[in-house]
Design a protein around this ligand. Structure first.
Ligand code: GCB
Length: 593
């Protein structure tokens, strides 16, 4: 699915800003047809933002079910004869959309975009009412999963992941045009033969009889470096300037669809980074050179806006990562806003893209909710969940396949991975992911109790992503034991699999301003010492090709005995102030560059 852009044949308008907003406390909005008229009440909510923290009202913060957004749109008269599309970059977790009285779209999956073709529904020159109902409910068949517990005070949402269930319209909403016959998708895969870069491309068209495709590849200065005709083909660039970590050099692919006449019917421009990614033995290669990941598991999370995309926070987060010398991050635990990946493309930041499949694990679920259950069963994670998971993988790859920054697909975070049912659940998903994108390694992040002696799925994957908490959930306060156990486990992995290892989570909750001379958990010193201990071990184990600390910044969670105003494993506080460990990291990571 192509990101909306202004091109010579397309126009794009943002629908961001204040929308009318109503919380459907009684759950009657759908039956009463709220889309037929102005929403009840006087509330307004900004888009993009989570709605949960906007109002000092627990009923809004903890609402389970539908909320409604509404605004007027005016379609310019000059759009007569064009295809008119409404696009929501995300609606968490599922939504239905109406224009005036007509339903135009429905989508499930809170972190990927969806569109509605409004061509036959709107009239150029006229004003229309757009209404969106967003449902934040998580069920056993949603990704991520959860369940709603009925209580005398109303429904309570329970879930098996450690971040607050923020909801709403978290990302931009667009109204845009294409011609009626249009370029519907572009796919690029890049490779290298010697110093020649090859861009294999595919341009797909829809809405007409087809036509001729012409593509031109230009370098960052706009100089043409290759051209081709046809819907698929390859573009060769001699002495190509590569996209590299730390240097996000981008070419641009200009695709044109010609049906008649002297002008292209449609045109679309896609940034392209020429680079290769490969796993060879226990090395991870970018452009045939070993790459070592330094950085974080992150969250899209901040005060007031929750998970709403914010360009200021985005730029600031990237600047702080640069200040530390971090070269990469994981989009834990869901695909991030496309603005984030585009920024990473331009700046040469390496990304592990992750689906929202987090919490498929009874061991984690029971710790977080107190409910004992079996992960994979007819009543819990079942074939319908697996289908939803597959759609989440498909939608992530469809959206993000062209980003040079994305080098690994993580298809789940800490699922159960020690039982025969986990193997039969994951086998088809891994196959599908590989078919959808044979050019990137496929992985999942492994939960701490799924040690190499009991894990039964890692052989299906290309690379090992491990989340480990020695010194925190195990060996709390005893970094010497933690160091021994961590090293022993890493060596056990290397004996079992000849695959690279990235430690995708390790860390300690740390209260900013708490200090101590003893190695006491929660102090800033303990966090710094724990991280330094992990780094000593990584330097001794050859197969370790990356270190992603959990987490970049403190973030909001559901209430929990271990959560003091959220998860405090950030190297930065939630408002992005550095804890002591930041300076130690800076020393280490700036040397790695
Ligand atoms: C994990 C999860 C992450 C949690 C973290 C923690 O293993 O992947 O989502 O926030 O542990 O701090 O417990």
């Amino acid at each position: 699915m192509l990101r909306p852009r202004d091109t010579p044949t397309r126009e794009c308008t943002s629908l961001n800003g204040l929308w009318r907003f109503a919380v459907d406390t009684a759950g009657t909005g759908r039956a009463d047809g709220w889309w037929h008229r102005t929403l009840p009440g006087r509330r307004e909510a900004p888009v993009p933002a989570s709605y949960n923290d906007l109002f000092p009202d627990a009923a809004v913060h903890d609402h389970v079910g539908d909320v409604w957004y509404q605004r007027a749109i005016r379609v310019p008269r000059r759009w007569e004869g064009l295809r008119i599309v409404l696009r929501l970059d995300s609606a968490t977790h599922r939504a239905m959309v109406w224009v005036d009285d007509t339903e135009v779209a429905a989508h499930e999956g809170g972190y990927t975009p969806f569109e509605a073709d409004l061509t036959d529904v709107v009239e150029p020159g006229a004003e229309h009412r757009v209404t969106v109902v967003v449902d934040n409910t998580l069920s056993w068949q949603s990704i991520p999963p959860g369940y709603v517990e009925p209580t005398p005070d109303g429904p309570h949402q329970r879930y098996f992941h450690d971040f607050f269930n923020y909801a709403g319209l978290h990302r931009s909403v667009w109204l845009y045009t294409t011609p009626r016959t249009y370029i519907s998708d572009v796919t690029v895969v890049t490779r290298l033969t010697g110093s020649t870069g090859i861009v294999d491309y595919r341009v797909e068209a829809a809405g007409g009889e087809g036509g001729d495709v012409r593509v031109v590849l230009r370098d960052a200065d706009g100089v043409e470096v290759a051209r081709a005709t046809g819907g698929t083909g390859e573009l060769a660039v001699e002495d190509v300037r590569l996209w590299r970590p730390g240097e996000g050099y981008l070419h641009h692919l200009h695709a044109e669809l010609w049906t008649t006449g002297e002008e292209p019917t449609d045109s679309y421009t896609l940034p392209v980074g020429v680079r290769t990614v490969a796993v060879e033995g226990n090395r991870f290669l970018i452009n045939a050179e070993p790459f070592y990941f330094t950085g974080f598991g992150k969250h899209e999370d901040g005060p007031v806006r929750g998970k709403g995309h914010d360009d200021a926070f985005m730029v600031h987060d990237f600047a702080l990562m640069e200040w530390l010398g971090a070269n990469s991050f994981r989009t834990s635990h869901y695909p991030y806003a496309e603005e984030v990946l585009e920024y990473a493309d331009r700046h040469g930041i390496v990304v592990i893209g992750e689906t929202a499949a987090v919490g498929l694990n009874a061991e984690v679920g029971t710790t977080l909710t107190g409910t004992v259950f079996t992960t994979f069963s007819e009543n819990t994670v079942n074939t319908a969940t697996q289908q939803a998971h597959l759609r989440a993988i498909q939608e992530m790859i469809a959206r993000d396949k062209n980003h040079p920054s994305v080098v690994i697909w993580s298809i789940a975070n800490e699922p159960e991975s020690t039982t025969p049912s986990s193997r039969s659940y994951f086998e088809p998903l891994v196959d599908q992911a590989r078919q959808l994108d044979p050019s990137r390694p496929v992985a999942f992040t492994n939960f701490m109790s799924a040690t190499p002696d009991v894990d039964v799925i890692s052989d299906l994957f290309d690379i090992l992503l491990l989340n480990r908490y020695y010194g925190w959930y195990k060996n709390l306060g005893d970094l010497a034991a933690a160091e021994r156990n961590l090293e022993a486990e890493l060596r056990a992995w290397t004996r079992k699999h000849d695959k690279p290892i990235i430690m995708t989570e390790y860390g300690a909750d740390t209260l900013m301003g708490l200090h101590g001379v003893m190695p006491a958990p929660w102090t800033e010193e303990y966090q710094a010492d724990l991280l330094a201990m992990y780094h000593r071990v990584f330097d001794r184990v050859e197969a370790v090709v990356g270190e992603h600390i959990w987490s970049f910044a403190d973030f909001a969670t559901a209430p929990g005995l271990l959560r003091v105003d959220g998860n405090k494993k950030g190297v930065f506080t939630r408002d992005r102030r550095p804890k002591s460990s930041a300076w130690r990291l800076r020393e280490r990571w700036r040397k790695h560059r």
